[in-house]
Design a protein around this ligand. Sequence first.
Ligand code: FES
Ligand SMILES: [Fe+2]
Length: 463
Amino acid sequence: MTDRDKTLTDGRKSASAQEILRREGRPVPPAFEMESRRFLGDADIDFDRYTDQAFFDREMDLMWTRTWQWACREDHIPKVGDYYVYDIGHHSVIVLRDKDMSVKAYVNSCLHRGTKFRPGDSLGSMEEIRCPFHGWTWDLSGELKRIPYDWDVPHVKGRDFSLPKVQVGLWGGFVFINMDDDAMPLAEYLAPIPEHLENFDLSNRFIEVHIEKELSCNWKAAREAFVENYHTQETHPQLLLGSDDEGSQYDVFNDHICRMFVLFGVPSPLIDPRPSEQELVDQALTGNRSLMGDDVIVGEGESARVVMARILRKQLGDAYDTDLSRFTDTEMIDVSQYGIFPNAILFPQLSLPMIYRFRPIGNDPHRTLFELLIMRPNPDPHDGGGDAPPPAVPQRLKEEDSFTTIKGFDPILGHVYDQDTGNLRAQQQGIRAARKKGATLLNYQEVRVRLLHQTLDKYLAEG
Ligand code: FES
Ligand SMILES: [Fe+2]
């Protein structure tokens, strides 16, 4: 850590997450007992990066084709022949379960006249990969099986007509793809996430809710709206009572992985006077408020955080038929979100166990698909039970539709997401209207915004 890294938060009023955890003296796993703050510079970020089609096209050619992106969960393709199509811009990859149960991925384009085998973001099951145009057919391992009237294509004989493969990596129940044959291994790309999140056992979760929301902004602006807690004081003032915006921790681990760590049950310094511990519990936002119950009483000498963790461990454990006793308080109630460059953000903690994904819609620098998934613990195996529910079917929202209409999603939280996405059209329009050339960022609280651009630049420069 340089001197500049160390002094990044000088002048801050709030106690840091680490100071509060140390003061509490409760058990904290090593991953949450550390921080990795970095000063990455303070130059403005050019607005052209959000609007320029040529810049977007370079991202599509040089970055999206060379990075690990999570395409689906293994639960989307549990049986031989199950497939899931992941589209990014004009690129399309078909992920499927081969006969030996391994996961394969191919370029989703027929070697005859190019037709897509299956449409983008579709899923289903197939015995063989058969093109819907003229019926050229491959087996699940990508080997050419059949060409109708093959007497007419003698020039195919002796040539390699197996489907071009795309790299696949598995971790935590997620299927990642990478179109670059020379990419670094997934485990190296994701470090330190597999080590940090081992106790959460993410492969043992199911997708309870899957939301797709269309946004009128660049994909980077959409992602950036969710990687800092700085906007909370203006955009979500109702959340300040329950979490300390200014005290949030921002970690940069490497080019691809960063983290925000926010303690819950600790008020913002903007709330004056400080609320009682009972008031903190009463307004707790836990992702599903009904699970907290309405009449939780904080005992003499107890803190809101300890009470919230205890109640949530019991209520969530009962609701999802699983034992959560191995989780510390911070693993239950706090929120850490790990950013995986370029398209994913992962929330492992039990109170708000979510995944985000951000992708451009088609090849449009002004449109984004934002996906939000909730992943709950699978029920523990036991007599007569324990089967993981299948992943939820996506519910799609147009830009003007509200998150509060989503079935199975807490409307209080839905309102928060409406507040978030409500800003984004205005930001994209303002960027285009600007006379100033770029965005001026906060050094500490917006470091993850800067990191995204710096990593992107490394991919563009190598092209
Ligand atoms: S384009 Fe696929 S079989 Fe003709
Ligand atoms: Fe927000």
